[in-house]
Design a protein around this ligand. Structure first.
Ligand SMILES: NC(=O)c1ccc[n+]([C@@H]2O[C@H](COP(=O)([O-])OP(=O)(O)OC[C@H]3O[C@@H](n4cnc5c(N)ncnc54)[C@H](O)[C@@H]3O)[C@@H](O)[C@H]2O)c1
Length: 328
């Protein structure tokens, strides 16, 4: 099986590459080659199969074609400009998030057979806000450019699947926590920040109140969903290639309670509530709960509770985050 990860140097791309390297197979079929594509040369894990690293711009069709050579079976499309960055720079968001997906489509059309494409869409492609419970057939009405670009990408890939150019599964990811390393430009960056920073012994601010609810998942669960999407039977999807996976609806207050259980009262005391209307304006448009019935029926596994999410961060990423933050 030959696999390409676009956006392989990012948070989830690295985790996915590490998992593929560790497993060496996907659903019983050996991985025979992995191409890692990102703006800069992405890090490569130790693996029992060849890994090719291709630096390039996702909006550059020639570069993307090089990353998706003939014989490619699976493409994970994770390359993106994240929410607050795409909102601040409309042109950049359109170029990376929309033209990048068009370049992927071009590259797939050149192949001799249609590859499976796993596209990371987002909860941000929905509107509705705090009170909403999104049904499986809920309409995507994004209140931000990033979400609109993700919805456009989904529609492109749905039609390309109908045409037989590729075979897409678009996973509308919840906010993935706990993001290791440093805060990023996602509007939801604080959701990771309010647990990561205190666990590092640092104070941090929270731009929304304790009752604010978030639709969340862990990076471990996101990678499980990617792998399932890569090998599932797509026939039952029909024309509808979008998946609302079974995430966790959790409030800021519940996350802080879990933080206290895992890191003590002193960790919780490091979170200072400081309203930020710009961030709140973006994130308050995102729904905090989905029915996810179809995804469960299709075999997508359920996200565990908040404490398990924090424990996964402690086990997988706290040490590396400490090391990274200490060296700059
Ligand atoms: N992390 C989350 O909470 C979350 C939630 C919903 C959806 N998603 C989506 O999942 C995917 C992965 O998320 P992540 O958290 O790993 O993001 P990330 O920002 O860590 O990784 C994205 C990668 O895309 C690369 N990239 C950006 N512009 C590029 C360009 N012009 N050419 C090539 N590569 C480029 C970046 O260098 C980066 O390595 C993204 O598509 C994101 O929109 C993430």
């Amino acid at each position: 099986m030959r696999i390409t990860i676009l956006g392989a140097g990012g948070f989830l791309g690295r985790k996915l590459a590490a998992r593929l390297a560790q497993d060496g197979q996907l659903n019983g079929r050996a991985v025979t080659g992995l191409t890692l594509f990102d703006l800069n040369v992405p890090p490569a894990p130790e693996a029992g199969f060849p890994i090719r690293r291709v630096p390039g711009d996702i909006a550059d069709s020639a570069a993307v074609a090089e990353a998706i050579p003939p014989g490619t079976d699976i493409v994970f499309h994770l390359a993106a400009v994240v929410s607050a960055a795409a909102e601040a720079d409309f042109d950049l968001g359109m170029r990376v998030n929309l033209q990048g997906t068009l370049a992927l489509l071009d590259a797939c059309r050149r192949l001799d057979r249609a590859p499976r494409v796993i596209f990371t869409s987002s909860v941000a492609s929905f509107g509705g806000g705090q009170g909403a419970m999104v049904p499986d057939d809920g309409r995507q009405l994004p209140a931000n450019s990033y979400g609109a670009q993700k919805a456009m990408g989904e529609l492109l890939l749905q039609d390309a699947s109908r045409k037989g150019f590729l075979d897409a599964v678009s996973i509308r990811l919840p906010t993935v926590i706990v993001r290791p390393g440093r805060p990023n430009k996602a509007a939801s960056s604080f959701v990771s920040g309010i647990v990561r920073e205190p666990l590092l012994g640092l104070e941090t601010t929270c731009p929304v109140g304790p009752d604010f609810a978030i639709w969340a998942c862990s990076p471990r669960r996101a990678v499980e969903w990617f792998l399932h999407a890569a090998t599932m039977d797509t026939a039952p999807l029909g024309l509808d290639r979008g998946i609302n996976p079974p995430g966790l609806s959790v409030t800021v207050g519940e996350l802080l309670e879990a933080l206290e259980r895992v890191g003590g009262a002193e960790a919780r005391a490091r979170v200072i509530f400081t309203p930020d209307p710009t961030i709140e304006a973006i994130v308050s448009g995102w729904p905090a709960a989905f029915a996810a019935t179809r995804a469960r029926a299709l075999g997508f596994t359920q996200q565990e509770g908040a404490e398990a999410v924090l424990e996964a961060f402690l086990a997988d990423d706290l040490q590396a985050t400490r090391a990274e933050r200490a060296t700059a």
